[in-house]
Ligand binder design. Sequence first.
Ligand SMILES: *[C@@H]1O[C@H](CO)[C@@H](O)[C@H](O)[C@H]1NC(C)=O
Ligand SMILES: *[C@@H]1O[C@H](CO)[C@@H](O)[C@H](O)[C@H]1NC(C)=O
Ligand SMILES: *[C@@H]1O[C@H](CO)[C@@H](O)[C@H](O)[C@H]1NC(C)=O
Length: 287
Amino acid sequence: MKLLSLFFVTVFGTPVVLWHGMGDNCCHSFSMGAVSKMIREKVETVNYVKSLMIGDSEASDTSNGFLMPVFQQVELACQQIQADPELQEGYHAIGFSQGGQFLRALAQTCPSPPMKNLISIGGQHQGIFGFPKCPNGSSICEYVRKMLNWGAYSSFIQSHLVQAQYWHDPLQEEEYKQYSQFIAVVNNEREFNQTFKENLEKLENLVLVKFAKDTMVVPKESSHFGYYAPGQDSDILAYNDTELFTEDRIGLKTLDTAGKVHFFTFAGDHLRFTDEEFMQNLAQFLP
Ligand SMILES: *[C@@H]1O[C@H](CO)[C@@H](O)[C@H](O)[C@H]1NC(C)=O
Ligand SMILES: *[C@@H]1O[C@H](CO)[C@@H](O)[C@H](O)[C@H]1NC(C)=O
Ligand SMILES: *[C@@H]1O[C@H](CO)[C@@H](O)[C@H](O)[C@H]1NC(C)=O
């Protein structure tokens, strides 16, 4: 049975790796479990789906989504992927919310085995500046919001709070560039790392989904690499007007020029989409 499934994976399709969002974990039947099942049942080309678990239990996976420094999580994800025999020929990746930018960092730092297509659903690729709505009943999320408001760029909070690591305050661009331990680094806004760029350029497709009524990601354009123009927090630059793009800091312009970046806007609130929306728009990127 095992041999047979390996055979089919190799011959008929590319496996898929999922990374869940904040407050979620690898394996809830109603979230990643449902997505994994939907993909296995409805996307004929896919036979193997791995939902990343960061830590040694579902509970620690959830808390690591708040507490474990992002690059450490990305390193654990890289190790898991390198250890999985089903993924050695390469894989497609689908990230949900913060899982979107974490998988993008994985593509930039962990080139082997290769990530082929990356689908980011409601990710925050330029960071966030606002945390208006915590998942229902999540007291840890309320705590996160208080800490961010208290001092997102203090070294203690940067080191102990995942969401601070992608907090991008356009009114404090210098502090952001200097102290952000994740998103400024991976966006090559601190020291320029050529490897981050070269690795991202290896993607076959980068698929970016934004939610038109997103009340969780502020600004929601961050899902498309758009962001506030520096120095203020009302005007939004489209992805291709940001410096990250015009200076081609991470290879986004190279990919876009090659027709490899695909933008979708889904109608609903954060991560609210139907199987039909997924199948009609995104399944084509799981060949
Ligand atoms: C650049 O990124 C690569 C991949 O993560 C890493 O191995 C290397 O140490 C980084 N270089 C610098 C100068 O930080
Ligand atoms: C939160 O969840 C509770 C119980 O499931 C529900 O009654 C309540 O309406 C929810 N609140 C919001 C704001 O969604
Ligand atoms: C930016 O992208 C939009 C949408 O793809 C396009 O219409 C516009 O011409 C682009 N702007 C520049 C400056 O390339």
